[in-house]
Write a protein that binds this ligand. Structure first.
Ligand code: AMP
Length: 360
């Protein structure tokens, strides 16, 4: 195995949130240490061997971070391209620059998906109000205007229902380079979380069904309510996307499940080049968790089995819901995860719980 790490070695992770924390915990279980790099302290700092607080533009700090680790990964997709390139000149960065560049820009991402034969919402680039008028003429309404870059949890996007609202909508996204997407009348939102190893092997967890509240993931159920053939097609799409990006690590593909007169089809919404909230259930509910799978992949190790232990329910604890931790401790069958965040601000992910019910 080329560039394979050994137990005792250090992995590097950019970002100090709960995803970095859970990657570091999975790494520790396999005898690996983690160095977290982030401009701000966060939940991952509590569980790592080393941390660096520095800007993503601080080349001296980046260089000594790279020197201390065998591989670099990240917990968020908005890693600046320059940071990734600087690190990649010193250590393998997994997933690589192609995955970052593709997932950071919605126009590039959707063009890539369509080029490899995967359906997305119809879309058009919007750089001006004139472009927006032309895009609405082409795609119709309702439609969603989204900034090309730096959108997450519904930020940087606005639904347009009325042709009179175009100027206001373009204003609402800060007149930033955007795309207009046709509205997809989906029955359910699902995601596929898979991992691609350094040797090109691919393993996906079963399709997750996701419910959002205020644009934030609230609830995940597995298996999703989806036909077996559609589920296989969805998992296969994730594998094709990962192969086309020459990907190493865990990849998440967010999808819409559309029902047309009894037939199901998948429309891909977006790619997250990282572990994902809809895969947190895998810690308690699968042979190998998404975090362990990511660690295995970036270390050049064989992937583990993604097999489920039963039916899964995962719920996020958002904002004040985090204060319910004492009652949750008393509930049989609840696997509770708290991220160690001190302040329960609105919209903040404080923890999650998972219930696994063995299938007959
Ligand atoms: P995104 O930031 O692209 O993940 O979008 C956030 C949420 O907005 C999605 O989870 C959907 O619920 C909704 N949404 C985004 N794009 C579309 C679309 N083209 N059609 C219908 N709903 C959408």
């Amino acid at each position: 195995m080329t560039h394979a790490l050994k137990p005792g070695d250090m992995i590097g992770v950019l970002g100090s949130g709960q995803l970095g924390r859970m990657i570091a915990m999975a790494a520790a279980r396999l005898g690996l240490r983690t160095h977290i790099y982030c401009p701000d302290p966060g939940p991952a700092f509590d569980v790592c061997a080393l941390h660096t607080i520095a800007a993503y533009e601080d080349e001296a700090a980046l260089a000594s971070f790279a020197d201390s680790v065998g591989v670099v990964s990240y917990e968020f997709e908005n890693v600046p391209a320059k940071t990734a390139a600087f690190l990649a000149a010193r250590r393998p960065v997994r997933p690589g620059a192609r995955a970052l560049a593709t997932s950071q820009d919605r126009f590039v991402e959707k063009t890539f998906l369509n080029d490899i034969g995967i359906a997305t919402a119809p879309f058009a680039a919007v750089d001006s109000l004139d472009d927006l008028h032309a895009a609405v003429t082409r795609l119709g309404l309702p439609a969603i205007l989204k900034t090309r870059r730096f959108g997450y949890d519904g930020k940087g996007q606005v639904m347009i229902r009325d042709e009179r609202d175009l100027a206001q909508a373009f204003d609402a996204v800060g007149a930033a380079p955007s795309i207009l997407e046709g509205f997809v009348p989906f029955a359910r939102e699902v995601s596929v979380i898979g991992a691609r190893g350094l040797d090109g092997s691919f393993a996906a967890f079963d399709v997750c069904e996701n419910e959002h509240e205020d644009h934030i993931l609230a609830h995940t159920m597995v298996p999703a309510r989806i036909g077996a053939e559609t589920a296989r097609a969805a998992m296969d799409m994730a594998g094709r996307i990962a192969a086309a990006l020459d990907y190493v690590g865990v990849i998440t593909v967010e999808m819409f499940l559309v029902e047309d007169g009894g037939a199901e089809r998948i429309v891909v919404n977006e790619i997250a080049p990282r572990v994902h909230n809809s895969g947190h259930w895998t810690i308690d509910g699968a042979v190998t968790s998404q975090f362990e799978q990511h660690v295995r992949a970036i270390c050049g190790w064989p992937l583990g089995s993604p097999r489920r232990h039963g039916r899964i329910e995962m719920r996020n604890l958002i904002g004040q819901q985090g204060n319910g931790w004492e009652a949750l401790l008393r509930e049989p069958g609840v696997c509770l995860h708290l991220y160690g965040k001190h302040e329960a601000r609105a919209g903040r992910k404080m923890g999650h719980w998972t219930k696994v019910t063995p299938e007959g």
